[in-house]
Write a protein that binds this ligand. Sequence first.
Ligand SMILES: [Zn+2]
Length: 708
Amino acid sequence: MPLAACRLAVALTVLIVAVPAAAQAPPASNPFFEEWKTPFGMPPFERIKAEHYAPAFEAGIAERKKEVGAIASNPAAPTFANTVEALENGGLALAKVSDVFFTLTGAETNDALQAINKEFAPKLSALRDDVLLNEKLFARVKTVWEAREKLTLSVEQKKLLEETFKDFVRGGANLAPEQKKRFREINQELSVLGLKFADNLLKETNGFRLVIDRKEDLAGLPPALVSAAADAAKAAKLEGKWVFTSQAPSILPFLTFAENRDLRKKILDGYTSRGDHGDAFDNKASLSRIAALRSERARLLGYKTHADFVLEENMAKTPAGVYGLLDRVWAPSLAMAKRERADLDAAMKAERKDASLEAWDWRYYSEKVRKARFDLDDKALRPYFPIDRVREGIFYAANRLYGLTFTERTDVPKYHPEVRVFEVKDADGSFLALYTVDYYPRPGKRSGAWCGRIRPTWLKDGKDVRPIVTNVTNVSRPAGDAPALLSLEEVRTLFHEFGHAVNGFVSRVSYRSMGRTSRDFVELPSQIMESWALEPEVLKVYAKHWKTGETIPLALVSKIEKAGTYGEGFRTTEYLAASYLDMDWHALPEPKEMEASAFEKASLGRIGLIPEIVVRYRSPYFQHIFGPGGGYSAGYYSYIWSDVLVADAYDLFREKGIFDKATATSFRKNILEKGGTEDAMTLYKRFRGREPSVEPLLVKRGLAEPKP
Ligand SMILES: [Zn+2]
C-alpha cells in the first residue's frame, strides 16, 4: 500500500506542475510507456489519467502497423512462426492500453473516456481492416494454410492457423477491390453506431428516476430498499425523498413489492421506454441501420444473412439449428407462462375485481403467490445472503471442485475503491490468477453483469503469463447499517460470473486468442456454476444470517427446493422472446432498414408472446446485440444452448456426486483449461462420452416430466 500511495503523491505533484504544458508532457510521464512494477503487474490505475490514452493508442496503432508491414514484406518464405505466430503475438503496446481502457469504459466510464472511445473506435476498426485486407499478408497466411498437412504443428497451433486463415476470409480478404472498399465503409459506420447506441443507453438509464415524496407510496417495500432509495435521494440532493432507478437492484424489488400500482407502471414504463423517446438519445434509427449494414456485409461475403455468417463459427452452425432449439422450448414454455398468468390473474382478482393482470403486476403477484404457496419470500431470504458470505460460498465450491484457494490482496492498485482483489492459487499452491470483483451499480457503470479481463493468459517467450480476471455486476448495495443483502437471483448472478472467471483462472493456452471459445459454448462454465449455488450442501456453508450468524434453517432450504421451477414459465419465455427478436433482426433476407417498433411488434407477434410479459430486452436497449462490437448478435440464444449442455453435464455431477473429484477434474481438463484450442463439441464429448440431449434441460426447467 505505501508504494501505491507514494506513487499517487508523485503523480499528483507532476500533474499540478505540468497542467499548462500537459499536451507536451514527455512520454516518460505516461504510465502506458513504462513497465509496470506494481504487485502482479496490475495497471497503476491511480496514475493513469484520461490524457494518457490517446498517445498510447496512437503509439500502439503505429507499432502494430509497423509490425504487420514487416511480416507482410518479410523476404523469407512464409512459415507458421514468421507469419501466423508473429501476427498473433504482436500488438502488445496496443493490447496494454486497450485492456485497461475497455475495462474502464464498461465499469467506470466518464465523458472524457467516452469521447476517446468515439475518436478511436473507427481507428481501431480501420486498423483491423488494414491487417485483414492486406493482400501481401493474406498471400503469406494462405501459403502456410495450404501447406498445413505437411507442417509439424501442435493441436493448438493447427487451430490457430485455421482461425487465422478464417479471420482473413471472414474479414474480406477474398473480396474484389470495389467490394473491399464498401466492406471498410460498413465497418467504419458500424463501429460508430455501436458506440452511439451504448452512449445513448447509458444516458437514458441514468436519466430516468422515480422520485417519491410521500411515505405512503412506499407501502410494501422492504426496509433495505427504502433505505437504499433514501441514500440515492441524498446523493441526488433530494434529502428527505426517495429515488428509485431503472437499475436492476432498484426496479426489480420495486416491481415485486410496491403496493402502489400506478407507480409500478411508471417505473416499468421508464425502463421499457429507454432509447425510445424520439429524441436525441433514441436508438431506433441506429439499430435498424446496424441490422441493415450487417446484412449487407454478410451478403458481400457470400452469406445469406448476418446470422448465417455468425453461426458458422458456433456450435449451432446455422439459423435453422438455432430456431429449431428455440421452437422446441418455446411451446412448453409459453404454455407454462399462460398457466402462470391465469394463476396470477386469479390472485389479483381476489384483491380487486375491476382490474386484470398487466405487465407491471406480474412480479408483484408472482411474489404473493409464491409466498402463499411455498411460504417463501424474498424478504425472508435476503438476510441469509450477505454478499461477503456468498463470495465465501463461491470460493468454497471452487475449492471443493478444483482445489483453488483465494487470498484477498489490499496492496494491489484498483480502478475504484469499491473493487476488491483476490490472489487465486491452484491446489499445489502455484499462482493461477488475480481476480477482481466490483459489485455495485454506479453512474459510470454499464448495466448488467459480466466477466472481463485486464490481462489475458498466454505463453510470452515461453513464459506462462497468468491472467487478471474481472467480475463486474450491478447487485444490491449495502443500505443503512446492513451489509449488501442479496436476492436469490443476485446470488445466482455472482455464481454465474464466477463460473466465467474460473474458466479464465485455469485456462492453459499458449496464444492469447485461443482463450476465446464460441459464444454458445462459453456460457457452459458460467451457467453450470449456478447449479452449486442452491445445493443444500453448499447453502449450509455460506447462507448465514448477517446479524446472528445462524445457518439458513433447513425448513427454508427445503422451501427453496420445493419452489424450484416456480416462475420458470415467465423467465424462460421473456428470455426466449429476446432470442427470437435477436435472430429475426439478424436473419433479414435483405439489407433494408426496418422501422424498429413495427419490426419488433411483428417479431414478437409471430411467436405469440403474451402482452403481460415484456421481452427481456426491447430493441432500443438490447445492448448485447447492438452495443459496441455486437458480440451477441445472432448469439443471444447462446444461454439456452449452453443450458442444454449445463443440464446434461450437471446430471453427471448429480450421478457421481456434486463434488466428485474425478468428474470435476475431467470437467477442468477437458473443458475449462482448453479454451478455444479445439472444437467445442469434441471437447464436450470428451467430458461426457456422448453428445448432449435436450431432455435434461426441459426437466430442469419444469417444462417436461422426468423419464421414469
Ligand atoms: Zn455469462
